[in-house]
Ligand binder design. Sequence first.
Ligand SMILES: *Cc1c(COP(=O)(O)O)cnc(C)c1O
Length: 369
Amino acid sequence: MPTFDHRVANFCAGPASMPNAVIERAQAELSNWHGSGMSVMEMSHRSGAFIEIARHAEASLRQLMGIPENYRVLFLQGGGSMQFSAVPLNLLHGQADYLDTGIWSAKALKEAQRYAAAGLGNINIVASGKANGYTRVPDRTEWQLSDNASYFHYCPNETINGVALYGVPDVPSDVPLVADMSSCILSEPIEVSRFGVIYAGAQKNIGPSGLTLVIVREDLLGRAHAVCPSVVNYEQQAANNSMLNTPPTFAWYLAGLVFDWLLEQGGVEVIYQQNLQKARTLYDFIDSSDFYHNGVDKDNRSIMNIPFTLADSELDKAFLQAADAAGFLNLKGHRTVGGMRASIYNAIDLPTVQRLVEFMARFAQQHSK
Ligand SMILES: *Cc1c(COP(=O)(O)O)cnc(C)c1O
């Protein structure tokens, strides 16, 4: 068996680092899954073996998140971005409310507006953080909710801006909450029963790209517009156990391995405590330094994606080069916001964050005037 000493600390926002134990297990099972004589990659999605893999992954996810019986879990393709269209196509009737807290919620909004323009309904922007440079979630007192919204869409963790909305948004209880949890699913315990739809691309905090999870409350099935493509129609996918067409089988299997790994770690509450400690370690260091800066409101700081800038941006290039050389990869911030960003999803452990902080301290010392 190979060892994994050669693996770098990968702070990429997505596709992101996966647990070593999962990579090793996938490798061990790669050519002959459980004596089947074939790789999961080669299996029919209709075979007994794959159906077992698929069911097991769903059962593990249900256990991890405490998903109630009246919710369906869909394993789809198309990424988080496909859900920007799927949500209005399945649910937009009359008004829908959108909260704009960053680049991803703005993208979701833009797609929804396309369907509004085509006559499917109206989109109301509840509030936007754009004017403040997406450094905080607009205060609840600033929100302009519509009457009888068919749903309220928001993004609890803005991956690019590092802005998070904690707790469940305060909207009327009969308005289904639709949450893009692409970069925060499984990072902290949530009460699924408070949501109508939760969706997440897998490549941030779950597994490889190509898989998108949708957790949808059963009473929201069957509301799709006639023009909604079958593959993104929640009711049809639910009726076909996410196998209306060929699902992303290998990514589904790998997600199942990650779910099992999370259960072995003690579940979401245990990983959440580690995530808090990791985030605190990095933010405390950044806040204590004149060399590094994070401009997000303290109440809205993401525990998964931590953007930061150097006081002297002339040093950005040198910082990234030194980080690469030290085995800390993908710290460059998103092209739209610049600076740096450390994505510290579940697979990044506390010692790795501590080593990053030591590196950052060393770099600051060497480059302070
Ligand atoms: C990455 C991301 C997306 C887009 O995901 P794709 O799978 O690339 O479509 C959407 N929303 C959030 C919050 C993300 O982090």
